[in-house]
Design a binder for this molecule. Sequence first.
Ligand SMILES: Cc1ncc(COP(=O)(O)O)c(C=O)c1O
Length: 400
Amino acid sequence: MGFLADALSRVKPSATIMMTQKARDLKAQGRDVISLSVGEPDFDTPDHIKRAAVEAIGRGETKYPPVSGIVPLREAIARKFKRENGLDYKPAQTIVGTGGKQVIYNALLATLNPGDEVVIPRPYWVSYPEMVGLCGGTPVFADTTMENDFKLQPEDLERAITPRTKWLILNSPSNPSGAAYAHAEMKKLTDVLMRHPHVWVLTDDMYEHLCYGDFSFVTPAQVEPGLYERTLTMNGVSKAYAMTGWRIGYAAGPEPLIKAMDFVQGQQTSGAATISQWAAVAALDGPQEHLARFRAAFQTRRDLVVSMLNQTNGLRCPMPEGAFYVYPSCAELIGRRTPDGKVIETDEDFVTALLESEGVAAVHGSAFGLGPNLRISYATSNQVLEEACTRIQRFCGALR
Ligand SMILES: Cc1ncc(COP(=O)(O)O)c(C=O)c1O
């Protein structure tokens, strides 16, 4: 349609949203469908957070917020970074947005000129390259491998950097692979960045609180204080506090960058919903006990899913450190046939046939830039996961 912007042709539809919709459609037709394609915790928002929102409404906190966020939330964010990450940020160095997604988009919109390059490790969260493209920048991909647990290697980062590089986007724990960088691994990456003073790092720490076993989360500016002046540390309440629908994300960084993001936001959303911001204050400042409960549940689910997938004919699944995704390879099954004669040529064929024959919805790895793999979200009950993995085993076992 000639009326629409050319920029739209540079954007791919979200494969995760498409898969979730396909599963919903099949369910509406009466099929028994298990969706492992969603990217949100199945837990409810903790009660004390909900109460804070109701109280905010009662107090009449229902007017426009300051563009960068209400002062109590910016103060709570500064306290969070100090308490949990050992990072010193003044409230004026923080900004609140409508979800982590909008914060990232804002940062890119405020900084990218045509031709600017953004290094994105592959596999990536589907939105990074699309957001970079919409802001006029050029995504430059740095590949990872399953052998390296989908973690960016310092030499591959070094190779991806050019004089046009503006940002590296780092996401640990990762959506879609669940991979997270330990201190020593992160240090090797920050060492590379120290050699390239023109490159900034946008670190997406959305899954910080979802790390398992004895793994310790780290963020770049904490590992290398020398990067503080060119790091935007982004985080949010969506995943850790089961608040995906409240739409609150935040970031902290050098004040001139935050001011530029505030400037963009002022002409865009005028700031995030006030009531949600008060709920986020309660999330960051309030009791954190639910985090251990969420973590324990996710860790049990991760262990269950990885074990069952590794007992599946033709699948190989590394054990990730965090988030609520696993990213098994289905490379051995490419070229096989389903009982009704369909050839599995790609990972997209694999997930489509899996949905059609067993009613299990996953997302193909090529949508995240690296395949043949599939992303499975384990943010659902053990019982459902066991049934889903049994169906996956049956599906793979029937391929010839
Ligand atoms: C890696 C990553 N970053 C950011 C986001 C966006 O978070 P929000 O829902 O707060 O916009 C997501 C959500 O799926 C994510 O997986």
